[in-house]
Each structure stands twice: as structure tokens, then as C-alpha cells.
Design a protein around this ligand. Structure first.
Ligand code: GDP
Length: 417
């Protein structure tokens, strides 16, 4: 694994049921896979076309974590349960991810379940970007959904885009594309473009006023996030792109704001900008504070801390166990150190050492579990060969034991109080 830590994104897609989480996940995987394949001309895999049928059917990968590539980033997409009633499961996934895309339906807006998930994400201080989906549906209302996110979730969404129309063809005024408010460009998706970026054009006359109004809001809001940027803004009435991006990223990581995007994942409208947003605004493992745990023997008082550093002593958290043809497959978030295949690690809960027989990563573009020799702090990996290991267990270097999890995850609802 040669990805630099700063280029890793461990993220989840969370949503109210039916808002389009599955569709968005599949589109993101498909789109990044298509462009990844297109980008690698020499590896002989370019024959895979942007197949309409396949895209419609979706990849439908049910995996605890799946890896895709976008530009220079490696994105580990961590599955979050669709039924938020299984609060323990949601909490478990929120704990191991660093950032999230929250999907809303432009038709239904913010619903009770969205509030629950949002509060849980607040609890774990998960930086977020928002995606208002289903803009192609009749009755889709961007502004109302945006306002509801503000009022019902007490959130601070920053609209990066506005839709051009709503509802689907051939209704008059239907959704044709989206406007990038910083660049002041209209973006269109061409199904033939096979994973290439959305097509950029001048904003049509009829949306010019709307775009200008939202752009002023965007620039003003971002300028106010940083004093020196505000000075620049007051002088020039605009903000340079690099400062804009830097300021917005920092505020998103602090949890002060949530950049907001829109489109229709079903039609791939807005999928590429969300991937860019994951890369631009959501944290890398290096942005995360050190993980804390206890001395399992109870001898050392106070919290033990581990940095996200491959040179540190290894520790990781098992967040999901699935069974497949290879037997049990344990998904682990590696928080510190390096985990090597063939090594032995301690499970402080049982006091036993476990053999790490194989490390495997689920790749979105090949849809295979690729074997790897070692994995570093900040990454997510599947392990084969563990025996007496359950969800919520820590695995660590036996000479430097640490127990990360103080919440034991029962298969019942954990109170948020
Ligand atoms: P989940 O329950 O959040 O995973 O939602 P799904 O992805 O399963 O979507 C629920 C339904 O909404 C499915 O019938 C999807 O085809 C549909 N859907 C999802 N996204 C869109 C969209 O952008 N536009 C339209 N028209 N339908 C969508």
C-alpha cells in the first residue's frame, strides 16, 4: 500500500432510509471505478465501458468497507446501516469513519431519522458534507430542504451549488444540471462521458440571477469563517480560490459548517462533485486526534494515547465481522502502527494472541478482495484467520497492550443520553 496517509479518506454515506444512500453509494463506486479504469490505460482493463445497463443495475456491493480511487485519493467507503434503529451498528460505523456524506431527499426533506443520524454524527464529531438528492423528482425543493437542514438539524450548510430546475424530463423546467457557485459555471453530466468530469458551460440566462444571489451568500459566509479572508473580501468583494478552499476545509473539519451539494444520484448528476468534495473537505486520518484507550491490566492510570503513525506500536479496532467463502472476515480500523500478514496480535479482551493469516482489501473497481502484506495506521482492512475476536474488540501489539473501546456494543439500542 503506497498511498500517503494524507491521501486516505475513511468515509461513510449516511441517510434517512429511502433518501438514496444505496444509489449514491453505487454511483460513487461506479463513477470512481469507471474513471479509474479510464485513467489506467496500460493495465488492459479499459475495455470496461460505462455500461448503461450495469450502471442501472448498480454494483450492489454489500461490504463493511470498500476501497475506491478518486484522483490522487484512496477512499475507503465504510458501510453504515440503512436502518438507523440499529443504533449500536450506526455508532460503531461512525466511530471508525473520519467523515461522512449525508444524503437528503429533496422531496421528503429532513425527516425524523435524519435528525437521529445527524445527532449521532455530532456526538462523534464527524465532519460532513451534505448532498440534496432526488432533484429530478417531481416536487423536489432545494431551498426548502436547505432551510430544513438549517432549522431542524441546527446545522450550518454552505450551498456550493444550486440545481438548474427540478423534476424530470419532459416536464417544463426539469433538472438539467447544477451550477457551481464558486466558479459560476453550469455543470452537465453526459452519459457517454464514461466517468469523465461533468461538462462545464456558461450559466443559462434564466439561472443567472439565482446563481448570483447564492454566490454572494456563499462568498460572504466563507469569508466570515476567517478574519484574514474577511479583510480580503471586504477589499476586493471576492476571495481567491485557494484561500476559499483552505478556509472551508478547516471550518468543515472543525464541524462549524457543512458544504452542501445537490443533484440526482440516479442520473449521475452531482456524483463527480461529491467525490471532489470528499477529497477537498473531508479529513484524512492525519487530521484526526490521537486515539485513546486504557491499559487492559489496569496498572497504568489515565488514558493511553496512540498517534496515527505507522512507526508507533500497532493498535486497531474490529468494527464488523462478516462471513464469506473464506470464512470469517474481520474488518479493522488501524489506528496506529503497522499490521503485517503472518503476525500475531493480542486481543486484550480474551488475553489471547491471534494469528493474522491474511490481509485483504475489497476493491471497488475489480470487485475483488485483493491480498496485501501490510497495512498502516489510518487505513481500513479485512483480516482472515482471527478466531476468538468479536465486533468492538481491540487488537494490539502484545508488548504494548491497549483497550480502545470502552463502550461494549450490544446488539441493542444504545441510549444517546
Ligand atoms: P436508501 O434506502 O437510502 O438506500 O435509498 P435507495 O438508494 O434504495 O433509493 C430509494 C429509492 O429512491 C429507489 O427506488 C431509488 O431508485 C430511488 N432514487 C434514489 N436516488 C434517486 C434520485 O436521485 N432520483 C430519483 N428519481 N430516484 C432516486
Amino acid at each position: 500500500m503506497d498511498t500517503e496517509l494524507e491521501n486516505i479518506r475513511n468515509i461513510g454515506i449516511i441517510a434517512h432510509i429511502d433518501a438514496g444512500k444505496t444509489t449514491t453509494t453505487e454511483r460513487v463506486l461506479y463513477y470512481s471505478g469507471a474513471s479509474h479504469r479510464m485513467g489506467s490505460v496500460d493495465d488492459g482493463t479499459t475495455t470496461t465501458d460505462f455500461d448503461e445497463e450495469e450502471a442501472k443495475r448498480g454494483i450492489t456491493i454489500y461490504s463493511a468497507a470498500i476501497t475506491c480511487h478518486w484522483r490522487d485519493k484512496t477512499i475507503n467507503l465504510i458501510d453504515t446501516p440503512g436502518h438507523v434503529d440499529f443504533t449500536a451498528e450506526v455508532e460503531r460505523s461512525l466511530r471508525v469513519l473520519d467523515g461522512a456524506i449525508v444524503v437528503f431527499s429533496a422531496v421528503e426533506g429532513v425527516e425524523a431519522q435524519s435528525e437521529t443520524v445527524w445527532r449521532q454524527a455530532n456526538h462523534y464529531k464527524v465532519p460532513r458534507v451534505c448532498f440534496i438528492n432526488k432533484m429530478d423528482r417531481i416536487g423536489a425543493d432545494f431551498e426548502q430542504t436547505f432551510d430544513e437542514i438549517k432549522s431542524r438539524l441546527e446545522a450550518h450548510p454552505i450551498a456550493m451549488q444550486v440545481p438548474m430546475g427540478a423534476g424530470s424530463a419532459p416536464a417544463p423546467g426539469y433538472l438539467t444540471g447544477i451550477i457551481d457557485l464558486y466558479k459560476m459555471k453550469a455543470l452537465y453530466f453526459d452519459p457517454e462521458s464514461k466517468g469523465a468530469d461533468m461538462r462545464e458551460e456558461e450559466i443559462p440566462e434564466e439561472f443567472q440571477g439565482l446563481a448570483e444571489e447564492w454566490r454572494s451568500r456563499l462568498i460572504e459566509e466563507v469569508a466570515q469563517l476567517d478574519e484574514s479572508l474577511l479583510e480580503v473580501y471586504l477589499e476586493t468583494e471576492d476571495v481567491p480560490y485557494d484561500l476559499f478552499q483552505k478556509t472551508l476545509r478547516a471550518a468543515t473539519l472543525r464541524g462549524e459548517v457543512q458544504p452542501l451539494f445537490c443533484g440526482s444520484s440516479l442520473d449521475f448528476i452531482g456524483v463527480q462533485p461529491i467525490l471532489d468534495a470528499v477529497s477537498d473537505y473531508l479529513p484524512s486520518p492525519l487530521d484526526m486526534p490521537p486515539v485513546e484507550g486504557d491499559d487492559p491490566s489496569g496498572k497504568k492510570q489515565g488514558k493511553l494515547k496512540r498517534d496515527c503513525n505507522p512507526e508507533e506500536q500497532f493498535c486497531g479496532l474490529v468494527f464488523k465481522v462478516v462471513t464469506d467463502q473464506h470464512g470469517e472476515f474481520h474488518f479493522i480500523r488501524v489506528y496506529s502502527g503497522t499490521l503485517k500478514s503472518g503476525s500475531r496480535v493480542l486481543n486484550p479482551r480474551t488475553g489471547k494472541k491471534e494469528l493474522v493469516s491474511q490481509l485483504r482489501r475489497v476493491q471497488a473497481d475489480s470487485r475483488e478482495k485483493i491480498e496485501t502484506d501490510e497495512v498502516y495506521a489510518g487505513d481500513i482492512i479485512g483480516v482472515i484467520g482471527l478466531k476468538d475476536v468479536a465486533t468492538g474488540d481491540t487488537l494490539c501489539d502484545s508488548k504494548h497492550p491497549i483497550a480502545l473501546e470502552n463502550i461494549v456494543f450490544p446488539e441493542t439500542v444504545i441510549s444517546m443520553a
